[in-house]
Design a protein around this ligand. Sequence first.
Ligand code: UP5
Ligand code: MG
Length: 204
Amino acid sequence: FDHNKVTVFFVLGGPGAGKGTQCANLVKDFGFCHLSAGDLLRAEQHREGSEYGDMIRKYIREGQIVPMEVTVKLLENAMRAALSENRQGEGWQDGKGRFLIDGFPRKMDQALKFDEDVCLSSKVLFFTTTEEEMLKRLLERGKTSGREDDNEESIRKRFRVYKEQTMPVIEHYSKEGKVATIDATATVDEVHEKAKLIVGRVFA
Ligand code: UP5
Ligand code: MG
């Protein structure tokens, strides 16, 4: 993707840190197109005729990272579709497609491939809170979410994969000076205000 046409923010943080919730708020402020890698994988899992359905289900339940080719392709297709349909939201104004890529890249190989083949991100929003808080949020959500990975066993596995595979990605982008760390322990509104300030500076 041409840099003059898109601005990409990666949104990272542990399972249940509040990535999806905060992305929904930033969409309203800045007119982003919000693409959650997890949501795209879940949609692909249920798409009739998909050759990846069973594989994705297995990886998600185990909290493991689906082979990157699948996820990068889904993201690239979704970005292309959003641009061609000119799907900008309110707040969008500079003529570039604005993307929030939520829950990706969560493993180094994905990060390198996306940077190389798709485009570079402007910033990484990193939402952080304690495992205890994330567990509490996910178990509560699990009562109604229907997500196959919102059970304690899967959640523990997701925490482990996050520490072992995603933290190195955060460190990698930290060295490039791209990471803005936001304490996500506070209320949704308080976290939103902080995120809004950081994003606002990039678009200023
Ligand atoms: N909540 C949110 N903010 C709150 C706050 N400040 N105070 C109190 N409550 C708050 O929030 C979770 C819950 O907490 C909600 O009920 C919310 O109301 C409440 P949410 O915004 O949904 O958190 P989020 O960080 O988005 O949590 P999510 O469960 O989506 O995170 P994951 O990163 O685990 O899930 P994702 O969908 O990204 O990935 C799922 C799986 O897909 C992965 O485990 C992996 O198997 C696979 N995957 C890949 O293989 N490759 C990828 O690239 C991406 C995913
Ligand atoms: Mg999410």
